[in-house]
Every structure is written in C-alpha cells, then in structure tokens.
Design a protein around this ligand. Structure first.
Ligand code: HEM
Length: 458
C-alpha cells in the first residue's frame, strides 16, 4: 500500500507590518531599515489608510476603484512626486522614468518602437546566450555549490540589456556601471527619508557623499560610452542610435548630451535590476517548492526537448509564466509607486489638501486581504486562465498601470521566461532549509542577507 503524504503549503517570507502608524521619528527609523515595515497593518485590509493628525499628509491606497482613478482616469491630476525625482535625479536626471509633460511624452514616443513585443522576440537568442553563460559560470565553480543568486541574476540581466537595448557596452564599463549603481542604492533610504521630512536637499545624511560620488562616476561611464559610439559612427537601431538620430518634433533640436545620458542611465538601471529581482525571488520559490520546480522543468523539456529556446516556445511555456507571475505577486520587484495630488481632492471619503503623498504599495495590493484568498500562500494556480480572468484590473500590477506603465513589461516577461527556462534545462536549485530572507524595499525588492541557494549543474 502506498501512502501519499500531502505536501505542506508554502508560506514564504513576508514583511511584519507595524501594528499601527508610528510617531514620525520611530516611523522614519523603521522606514530606513525597511519602508515596508513602516506601513501599518490596516493597509492590508482597507482600501485607503491615511497618516497625519491635523491634516492627512500620506495616503496608502490599495482599493481598486481609487487606484483606477489615480492611475488611469485622472492620471494627469496625479503626477509622479518631487520625492522620486529628488532621490533618483542625480543618476537618471530627467530621463523617461522621472520626466513629466511634453518632455516625458517625447521620450516615451521615441523609445516605444524598441519595446514592441514582436521586436523584443528578436532578442531571444541574446537572452539564451546570457543565460547559458551564467550556467557555464556555475559549472566552472563546481557541479554542486552555493551560489549568490541575487548577484548572479544581476550579472545575467545586465548582460542582456547591454547587448540589446544598449548595445556596445564592454565588460569593464559594465562592471563599473553595476558597481556605481550598487553604491548609489545602498544608503538610498536615508535620502528618501530626508525627502519625506522635507529637509533641504543639500543637507547631510548618512551615505550622501558616497551616493553623489557614485552617481557622478556612473554618469561619466555613460558619457564615455556615448563618445565611443559617436567616434565609431552610429550604426544599428538600438536606443543609443535612435536617440542620437532623433529631433524634437517642435524645435527640431537634437537631444543634448545631458538628455542622452539621463535616458541611457535610466534604461541601464531600470532595465536590469528589476528583472534580476524577479528571477532571484522566483528561483528562491522554486528552491522552496521542489514540486513546482519539477513541473516547470518538465514543461520546458516537453516544449524544447532540451534544445536552445526559440521565440515561438514562449507562448507555450504556460506553467513557467504562471510561476513567474505568482513570484511577482508575492515579491513585486518594484514594491511601491508614489504620486502626488496636483490640486486639493477627495480620495474615497478623505479630503486631501495639495500636495499629499500618495503611496501605492504594490507589495500590499498583491497581498491585500480583500483582494486575494490566502494571500501569503505561494500558489501559481491563481494565474490559471479561468482564475486569472476573475482578477480585477487593479489587483495585480507588478509593472504599474496607466500611461506611466512600465515600457519594458513585455521585454521583462520574455526575458524572465527565457532565462528561467534555459537555467532549468541544466541546473537545479536547492534551499538550505534555513534562509528566510525578509523582503526589503531599496527602490527594488531585495532579499535581506542576499540569496544563497544550492546550484547543481547536470
Ligand atoms: C520584472 C521587471 C520589471 C518590473 C517589475 C518593472 C516595473 C516597473 C514599474 C512598476 C514602473 C512604473 C513606475 C511608476 O509608474 O511609478 C516601471 C516603469 C518603467 N520601467 Fe520597468 N519594470 C521592469 C522591467 C523593465 C525593463 C526590462 C525596462 C527597460 C528595458 C524597464 C524600463 C522602465 C522605464 C523606462 C519606466 C518608466 C516609464 C514611463 O514613465 O514612461 N523596466 N517599471
């Protein structure tokens, strides 16, 4: 007689929220450690929660109708916040991520053709190559070993962006951009906290000097990259070529060097760190759930027979994409977005004088008690077509929603699918039975203590 033992459900690490909104100083201390910890528990249950005794200063918004109003119906009344800009400007200036109005529209129109799903599929061979190079690096370190998965995923996704959207970066430049990016992010929550407290931008905070130095050094590398492309004549149809050739529709002006660097820095950062985090958390979940790891591998082998992935395999990798979506639900690589109200306005029943800070905590929307059944459980079948059809438009938004939706969403989904599937053709991932990393917001969602996983290469 065979006895089947039901596998226990997987509840992977989550953030322990504050029981209630804390006084400002305590809240800031928690915020610097992990902004998600400073958000009160009530935000997981209610559509809107406010902070501020005399007048509401901050609103955490998760309700679908409220979000639809802010992000879609009246998006022009709720622009991105000066806070975002202040924190990111030293690196990405007024590039696509931070620009507003006409300057944003022009840049968005310029970059959009590079991101059409049909065109992105043309990058699949490059994505396969980058994933196989990672497998080769793992193999060179020994057939079974403990890998720093978060760092490995950053290397892999950086290789993809550097060879596709931003062709022409060499290894030394790549390493320098990654180093300066990491140095900038490390103390970033001090900078966010300082902006939240409306302290002057020039005021000292821990790590400020290193951040500004890293930003300057990173932008210098991008400037050198630009000079190199100009010196060799601009060929190809990557972002650099398109941006060098473009003229402003009204003024006829070319982009200034500063505008070019703003956008190259934007795409270099936004285009790899996010997808790296999606892959890092997905491999963690698969290491914690060997059954799902086996199901995904079986699907990949059935579709590809072990040969390199091709563009038309992607739509057939349904289980793989279901797992990626569930991973981005539990661990959205961008855990929060912020907006500000241009004018005094009502959000739900609350009146907000302008400006108030509107926080859209994607991480909490994805774990909201009113939106999801057993929200902290890992269950990729939530994204079976018949169940996904019942989701509301605003309950799953890893790429944001509305006019400022991620321009790289299709690129990222295709890349994550190709890289994950390629890994599973020859690698397996194991959990040590102990590591339960808290998800920490550092603009993107980092695992506290990194992501050591056992890797075995067949
Ligand atoms: C899993 C991977 C990714 C996730 C989760 C993600 C998430 C997001 C989110 C949530 C936003 C909206 C921010 C807001 O409205 O405040 C955004 C915007 C943006 N993303 Fe992504 N992203 C990913 C990959 C990429 C890639 C691969 C690229 C480029 C190659 C990219 C480039 C951008 C840019 C330029 C914007 C600003 C768009 C605009 O404001 O018009 N992202 N992303």
């Amino acid at each position: 007689m065979t006895v089947t033992v039901a596998k226990p459900d997987l509840y992977p690490p989550s953030v322990k929220p504050a029981a209630r909104a804390l006084p400002l100083t305590l809240s800031i201390l928690r915020f610097v450690r992990n902004p998600l910890r400073s958000i009160p528990r009530a935000v997981y249950d209610q559509p809107i929660v406010t902070y501020g005794k005399k007048r509401p200063l901050i609103a955490w918004v998760t309700g679908s109708a409220l979000l639809e109003n802010i992000l879609i119906k009246n998006a022009e009344l709720f622009p991105k916040t000066p806070l975002d800009k202040r924190v990111l400007r030293p690196v990405v200036g007024e590039g696509l991520l931070t620009a507003e109005g006409d300057h944003w529209r022009w840049q968005r129109k310029l970059a959009s053709p590079l991101f059409r799903p049909g065109d992105v599929l043309g990058y699949v061979p490059t994505m396969v190559e980058a994933a196989n190079e990672q497998v080769a690096r793992w193999r060179a370190r020994g057939s079974t070993h403990i890998a720093a998965i978060d760092e490995d995923m950053t290397d892999t996704t950086f290789a993809v962006i550097a060879r596709t959207i931003l062709a022409g970066i060499d290894e030394t430049e790549g390493a320098e951009i990654q180093r300066t990016g990491r140095a900038y992010i490390r103390p970033i929550m001090w900078s966010v906290a300082s902006a939240l407290m409306l302290l002057p931008e020039s005021l000292w905070h821990p790590g400020r000097r290193n951040m500004l130095k890293a930003a300057r050094e990173g932008r210098d590398v991008v400037q050198r990259l630009l000079n190199k492309r100009r010196a060799h004549g601009v060929r190809g149809d990557d972002l650099v070529a398109r941006m060098l050739a473009t003229r402003h529709p009204e003024t006829g002006d070319a982009m200034t060097d500063e505008q070019l660097i703003d956008n190259l820095a934007t795409f270099l950062l936004a285009g790899h760190e996010t997808t790296a985090k999606a892959l890092t958390w997905t491999l963690y979940l698969l290491a914690r759930s060997p059954e799902w790891q086996e199901r995904v591998r079986a699907e990949v082998m059935a579709v590809t027979g072990g040969r390199p992935l091709q563009a038309d395999d992607i739509a057939k990798l349904e289980i793989t994409q279901r797992v990626l979506k569930e991973s981005m639900r539990l661990y959205p690589p961008v855990p929060a977005m912020t907006r500000v109200n241009r004018e005094a306005t009502d959000i739900g029943d609350v009146h907000f004088p302008a400006p108030a800070l509107i926080v859209i905590p994607i991480y909490i929307v994805h774990r909201h008690r009113a939106l999801w059944d057993d929200p902290d459980k890992f269950d990729p079948d939530r994204f079976l077509p018949e169940r996904e059809a019942k989701h509301t438009r605003m309950q799953f938004m890893p790429f944001g929603v509305g006019p400022r939706v991620c321009i790289g969403a299709a690129f990222a989904m295709i890349e994550a699918t190709v890289v994950l599937a390629t890994f599973l053709q020859s690698a397996s991932f194991a959990w040590d039975g102990r590591h339960e990393p808290e998800p920490i917001s550092r603009v993107t969602l980092h695992p506290a203590g990194g992501m050591p996983l056992g890797v075995t290469i067949s």
